[in-house]
Design a protein around this ligand. Structure first.
Ligand code: FES
Length: 252
C-alpha cells in the first residue's frame, strides 16, 4: 500500500491506495471526496496536479482530458493513474483557487472563497423533468432537491403520490449529497460486511436503495436529488432524468 495525501475542497485527506488501484477509487471507498465524474477518462473532473511521487497513467484515456503540456507538467487523472510510490496530490479546483487566492490577497486583505450555488430555476427545472418522467412511466412520485448544506431547496409531491415516500425522497437527496455518491451504490458496498450492514443502516437519514443522486458541478457537490414513489428502478430512472437536465443546464 502507498500513502496518498489529497488536497481537495480546501482540506487535506490522508489515505492508502494499493499499487493496482487508482487514487480516486481508493479515496471514494473511504468516503473521501476525490472529485469524480465519468471514472473512465474523458470528463476531466478528477484532474489533479501531482506535487510529489511516482505514478503510472493510462495515456490513451488521459489524453482525452489532458493536453500534452499538462501531461508533461505532472497533471494526471485520478481515475486513470496508479501509484508507484507515496503520492501528494492536489485537485485542479484547489490548485487553481490557490492562485486566485494569491491574486486576491495581493490587492485586498480579505480572503474570498468562490462558491457554486444551486439556483431556484435549476431546482424547479429538475423537479419538472422528474415529474414528466414519472408521468411517462405512469407512476406518482415525490421528488426533492437539496442544496450543499442539506437544506431543502425544492420539493414536489405529485397528486396521489405516497405520503410516506415524501420523507424518503428527501432522505435520498440528503444521503447522496452527504456522501457524494448515488444511493443505489450503497447496498453492494455494505452487503459483505455484516457489522456495516447491520450497523450503518441505523444512521439517521441514510437510504441504501436507488433514487438518490448527488449534484456535482466542476467536481464540487452542490446538492442532491431524491425520488421516491415507484419501484427502485423507476425512481432511479426519474432521478437520472433530473440529473441529466441539471448537467445540461450547467454546461450552458
Ligand atoms: S472521473 Fe472523468 S476523467 Fe476521471
Amino acid at each position: 500500500m502507498y500513502k496518498v495525501t489529497l488536497r481537495a475542497r480546501g482540506k487535506q485527506f490522508d489515505y492508502n491506495s494499493a499499487p493496482d488501484q487508482s487514487p480516486l477509487d481508493a479515496a471514494r471507498n473511504e468516503f473521501i471526496p476525490f472529485p469524480v465524474g465519468c471514472r473512465r477518462g474523458g470528463c476531466g473532473m478528477c484532474k489533479v496536479k501531482v506535487l510529489n511521487g511516482d505514478y503510472e497513467q493510462d495515456l490513451v484515456r488521459s489524453k482525452e482530458a489532458l493536453s500534452d503540456e499538462e501531461l508533461e507538467n505532472s497533471f494526471a487523472l485520478g481515475c486513470c493513474m496508479t501509484p508507484k510510490s507515496d503520492l501528494d496530490l492536489i485537485s485542479i479546483e484547489d490548485y487553481e483557487n490557490s492562485f486566485q487566492k494569491a491574486d486576491i490577497e495581493s490587492v485586498e486583505t480579505r480572503v474570498l472563497y468562490p462558491k457554486y450555488a444551486l439556483t431556484q430555476s435549476i431546482a424547479l427545472r429538475i423537479l419538472e423533468t422528474i415529474t414528466n418522467k414519472a408521468e411517462e412511466l405512469g407512476i406518482k412520485v415525490n421528488a426533492a432537491v437539496i442544496d450543499d448544506g442539506a437544506n431543502l431547496k425544492a420539493f414536489i409531491r405529485m397528486d396521489e403520490a405516497p405520503l410516506l415516500s415524501g420523507t424518503i425522497a428527501q432522505n435520498k437527496a440528503y444521503t447522496s449529497a452527504a456522501f457524494g455518491r448515488p444511493t443505489h451504490e450503497w447496498y453492494s458496498m455494505i452487503k459483505d460486511d455484516p457489522a456495516l450492514l447491520t450497523g450503518i443502516v441505523h444512521t439517521d437519514r441514510l437510504v441504501v436503495f436507488g433514487g438518490g443522486f448527488p449534484l456535482i458541478f466542476k467536481g464540487i457537490i452542490v446538492g442532491g436529488i431524491g425520488v421516491s414513489g415507484g419501484t427502485s428502478d423507476q425512481d432511479v430512472q426519474c432521478a437520472l432524468a433530473g440529473l441529466k437536465i441539471f448537467e445540461e443546464t450547467c454546461q450552458k
